[in-house]
Design a protein around this ligand. Structure first.
Ligand code: FBP
Length: 334
């Protein structure tokens, strides 16, 4: 990639050449990218900026919020509420939807986000990130939580930003997956990969192994066979990686393949899983599918799940197609 193509230029060309993205959506993506830059700088400061540690408040999921969860959430709200491209926003860190105040023009899009994913890694200098999903508000006056409850296959844009050794923004508007790296000197995101592809096969799985005794039979069978390696039914050795930040684990899979599993488990048997459908599983699932991979709950494609509530949880299997399909087959055989 010789010429340095900025995110703005990439989006303008996508809009001009393919007419793939309407002007308002392009603006929205540029605003989200600007917010990512601000959050990246704040995360990067760490203890020097006094931003590490807990915030003494809980979110609707009953999780203790981190200071950076709240800071990142506020940066995204402030950046996006006045631009005229949004009707409302929803976040992991907000109980209900945030409707754009009447003092600003109401737009046609709905933005959902996990403002800081990988909370357990924030204070220990391990990669964290931001995940977002964009949908169109259904016709009709006003906006409500019901307008957000659309299946993932209705997304018009999705992406994540990893705040790690590099700050990397990865996104799709339904025409493949592109990656941009923040050039801190220029202060702009530069295109560093296009048409990212996830290989169909892999020898690397990502799961929190400490939960093994709580898994259901299909997951136990799948991981067991991977661990048996060459001597086992898979006839090949598997490696394991688990960062504990979904953005970092999924970024590795988009970069070199792999399969990510966060299944239902008996610890909270009344919940379908830990990860949230609207602003974790849907955007990551669409990115992986746009890169030739697959995303499943074990029983159906994640993108076909009809949501019933904003902070709904779901079982997640995503990555290299043949592995995700094998896990789904084990569920159908169970
Ligand atoms: P949040 O940090 O946004 O709550 O996300 C959940 C998450 O941290 C994912 O990023 C990650 O994949 C998973 O939970 C890690 O879970 P565990 O701590 O059980 O390994």
């Amino acid at each position: 990639m010789s010429k340095k193509i900025s995110l703005t230029r990439y989006l303008v060309e996508q809009q001009r050449i393919d007419g793939h993205i309407p002007a308002q959506l392009r603006l929205l993506l540029e605003v989200v990218a600007r917010a990512c830059k601000r959050i990246s700088l704040t995360v990067n400061k760490g203890a020097l900026g006094g931003v590490l540690g807990a915030a003494e408040t809980e979110n609707i999921q009953g999780e203790m919020q981190k200071k950076l969860d709240i800071i990142a959430n506020e940066v995204l709200i402030e950046a996006n509420e006045w631009g005229g491209h949004l009707a409302a926003m929803a976040s992991e860190e907000m109980d209900s939807i945030y409707i754009v105040p009447n003092r600003y023009p109401q737009g046609e899009y709905l933005l959902m986000f996990d403002p800081l994913d990988g909370s357990s890694n924030i204070d220990v200098n391990v990669s964290v990130g931001l995940i977002f999903s964009v949908m169109v508000k259904p016709e009709g006056a006003g906006v409500s939580e019901q307008d957000f409850l659309q299946p993932g296959n209705q997304q018009v844009a999705a992406g994540y930003c990893v705040f790690g050794p590099q700050t990397t923004l990865v996104l799709t508007v339904g025409d493949g997956v592109a990656m941009f790296t923040l050039d801190r000197e220029q202060g702009s995101f530069i295109l560093t990969a296009e048409n990212m592809r996830v290989p169909n096969d892999t020898q690397e799985f990502a799961i929190n192994m400490s939960n093994m005794r709580h898994w259901d039979a299909p997951v136990k069978r799948y991981i067991d066979e991977c661990l048996q390696g060459q001597e086992g039914p898979r006839g090949k050795d598997f490696n394991m990686r688990w960062v504990g930040s979904m953005v970092a684990d999924v970024h590795r899979i988009l970069t070199r393949g792999g399969v990510f599993l966060y299944p239902w488990d008996k610890r909270e048997s009344d919940k379908p899983g830990k990860l949230r459908l609207m602003y974790e599983a849907n955007p990551m699932g669409w990115l992986i599918e746009q890169a030739g991979g697959a995303a499943s709950t074990g029983k159906q494609s994640i993108l076909d799940v009809q949501p019933t509530k904003l902070h709904e949880r779901v079982s997640v299997f995503l990555g290299s197609k043949n592995e995700v399909e094998r896990i789904a087959r084990y569920y159908s055989e169970a």
